[in-house]
Design a protein around this ligand. Structure first.
Ligand SMILES: [Zn+2]
Length: 459
């Protein structure tokens, strides 16, 4: 069906003739033609094509998740494009951006990127962009990697856990920034810096011992280093875009605010686990909650929410980072040995909405924080992120009132484990459309994978 329309009493649309990023929730009918949003009409408009009426349900722009680890090729026993993009579709995500690790090879050269593009064939249920990686050894390959179509690049300032993806130092960052500025793509930074002095912390089965082993100081120092780097880049006339991934430390918010007020191109994201879980409530020996940087205390969590509302934090992404149950050491509860990463790709919107609603946020805010801002960040805003004429016909249909318990049986990603099992949330994704194709409906996937790679220069 290449020509049809969706309508409801609650559609989050941007009807401004100039794409100013401001959406509102109104009764509307959205006409779709050849995968694109063709027109936005008043609700009830008589059209010659089929009109699907979703009544009071909310039609939202498909979510854009710019931080997902799919691990294919090479570590498909952890996760793969077929299962990860099914989970995405079930979560209302219509485009995601895959991280340059923990696949084998890591995405640090054009050849490795081409292997990844071969690996995604016929597996994508949603559209998919890719980040490349910067390591000390590949500065000379960066130009070619960026020309091949990655949307930007990521580095670690600390051991990544993957030997072939070593961390960078200031000299590497200085070498990379002018190249990234030339391509006008963001530089994503895993911002933890091992400042020593905490290495004597012994990690036991107690969650707090793990938390103490990765203190806020590590994030704070890493972020202030990156503010210095961004300032240096601006002074040189490059003004490279710096982005802090998965911010956890509230103490680093002041540096981020300072960078923004100075006019540096500096942004930050956080994730559902830092916004919906407090360390005080994490049971000891529960390795499913392990991630880096760690989930911190409740007061920290409240400060992150404040930063979401005042714009110091720009948007919310999943950082879906699964592995096998064995590597997660679920049986032994060994936090030290367990792989760090949270698996919850499909539950982002209900998790965040449940908490956000209680804090006075609206679904229009959710669409901004999880769709239009992330699309803009990844350079996808000319095609994704809003219900606006000319953009891809990417939608999710959401029941914002439906409450239910998250169970392992609902999970669509490869290993049916998540720290959220047993949590009650409000809000359910009922349908997902990618470029006008109905891909997900009430727990079922429809037809075949129609997702496409999204390559810079070919959008
Ligand atoms: Zn990550």
């Amino acid at each position: 069906m290449s020509h049809f329309a969706l309508q409801s009493k609650n559609v989050i649309v941007n009807t401004h003739s100039v794409n100013n990023g401001i959406s509102e929730m109104i009764a509307a009918c959205v006409e779709v033609k050849n995968e694109l949003i063709h027109a936005i009409h008043p609700y009830g408009q008589a059209l010659t094509c089929q009109v699907i009426d979703y009544g009071e349900q909310v039609i939202m722009p498909g979510l854009v998740d710019s931080h997902v680890h799919i691990n294919e090729p090479g570590r498909t026993e952890w996760e793969g494009f077929n299962t990860a993009t099914q989970a995405a579709a079930a979560g209302g995500i219509t485009a995601l951006v895959d991280m340059p690790l923990n696949c084998i090879p890591v995405t640090t050269t054009k050849a490795a990127f081409q292997e990844k593009l071969t690996a995604v064939k016929d597996k994508l249920w949603v559209d998919c962009g890719f980040w490349g990686g910067v390591i000390p050894q590949n500065i000379n390959d960066l130009d070619e990697l960026l020309n091949a179509g990655v949307l930007g690049v990521k580095s670690f300032l600390i051991d990544s856990g993957i030997a072939e993806f070593p961390n960078v130092e200031a000299k590497d960052i200085r070498a990379a920034m002018p190249i990234l500025a030339k391509h006008d793509v963001p530089y994503l930074i895993h911002a933890e810096l091992d400042c020593g002095s905490f290495n004597e912390v012994v990690i036991t089965e107690k969650y707090n011992s793990f938390l103490a082993s990765r203190p806020k100081k590590w994030e704070n120092e890493a972020i202030s280093l990156m503010v210095d780097m961004a300032r240096e880049s601006k002074n040189k006339g490059d003004n490279c875009k710096i982005h802090i991934v998965h911010l956890s430390s509230d103490e680093a918010l002041a540096s981020i605010a300072e960078a923004k007020s100075e006019g540096l191109r500096f942004s930050a994201e956080t994730c559902p686990h830092y916004l919906t879980i407090a360390s005080e409530s994490i049971p000891d020996g529960k390795t499913l909650f392990k991630c880096c940087p760690p989930i911190r205390e409740n007061k920290n969590r409240e400060h992150l929410w404040q930063a979401i509302s005042d714009g110091r934090i720009d948007f919310i992404v999943s950082d879906h980072s699964p592995c096998t149950p064995e590597l997660k050491h679920i049986d032994t509860g060994d936090i030290e040995k367990a792989w760090g990463g949270i698996s919850a790709l499909q539950f982002g919107l209900p998790l965040i909405w449940t908490e956000a609603k209680a804090r006075g946020f609206s679904l229009v805010d959710m669409a901004r924080l999880m769709s239009s801002e992330t699309a803009k960040f990844a350079g996808l805003d000319s095609i994704k992120g809003q219900i606006s004429v000319g953009l891809h016909a990417d939608f999710l249909v959401f029941d914002p009132e439906h409450s239910y318990e998250i169970t392992n049986e609902m999970i669509k990603h490869r290993h049916h484990i998540t720290p959220y099992a047993g949590r009650t949330v409000t809000g359910q994704v009922q349908h997902t459309y990618v470029r006008g194709h109905h891909v997900y409906q009430h727990d079922k996937f429809i037809n075949t994978p129609i997702g496409k790679p999204l390559l810079k220069g070919q959008l």
